[in-house]
Design a binder for this molecule. Structure first.
Ligand code: ZN
Ligand code: ZN
Length: 178
């Protein structure tokens, strides 16, 4: 787990500091699943306390995660650019009436800045609705589970093809009958 103690920054009226950080996790928890991280790297995280009492946290990195293809379950390496650019009004701020919501503050616990949470938050918003190893992934055979990208099985996929052909025949007859 990667956290930085920023008590020095929080107690200063106005200061900016740059830290070299790296996500501390080996797996990333997303959508109640956990996926292995295949690549992460050191990056610079700039933490700035402004005179108006706000705290900004900014940094850029990239992370790669192995996720299963939605159709064939093969592992797919997904690359996520991470752009951290967060600003929170601190509790001691006099200019802000509104308290920051809990989610905004969840990466700051007391004076500990949670780098893992910052990175994870960015991946969560960038998650695609579908993970595919390739656009035309053929998926798994619903009968025997064979990966149809790599092999053909003898489960008789023509059954569904025949049914489809039959439906098309009915449509054709219907249209001709008009
Ligand atoms: Zn696939
Ligand atoms: Zn099969």
């Amino acid at each position: 787990m990667m956290t930085i103690n920023i008590s020095e920054i929080l107690s200063a009226p106005s200061v900016s500091r740059t830290y070299t950080v790296c996500p501390g996790f080996e797996r990333l928890k997303l959508r109640r699943q956990s996926y292995p991280v295949s690549h992460k790297e050191d990056f610079l995280l700039q933490v700035e306390k402004r005179e108006d009492g706000s705290l900004t946290v900014a940094g850029e990195t990239e992370i790669r995660i192995l996720m299963p293809c939605d159709r064939c379950l093969d592992e797919v390496e997904m690359t996520f650019p991470v752009h951290i650019d967060r600003k929170i009004p601190l509790a001691s701020s006099e200019d802000t009436d509104e308290a920051p919501d809990k989610d905004e503050l969840s990466f700051l616990d007391g004076c500990m800045l949670d780098v893992d949470k910052l990175v994870c938050d960015e991946v969560v918003v960038a998650l695609p609705s579908k993970v595919l190893c390739r656009e035309d992934c053929k998926g798994l055979c619903s009968t025997c589970g064979a990966n149809l990208n790599h092999e053909t099985c003898s489960c008789g996929h023509e059954t569904s093809d025949l049914r489809m052909a039959a439906i098309q025949d009915i449509f054709r007859e219907f249209n001709q009958g008009k």
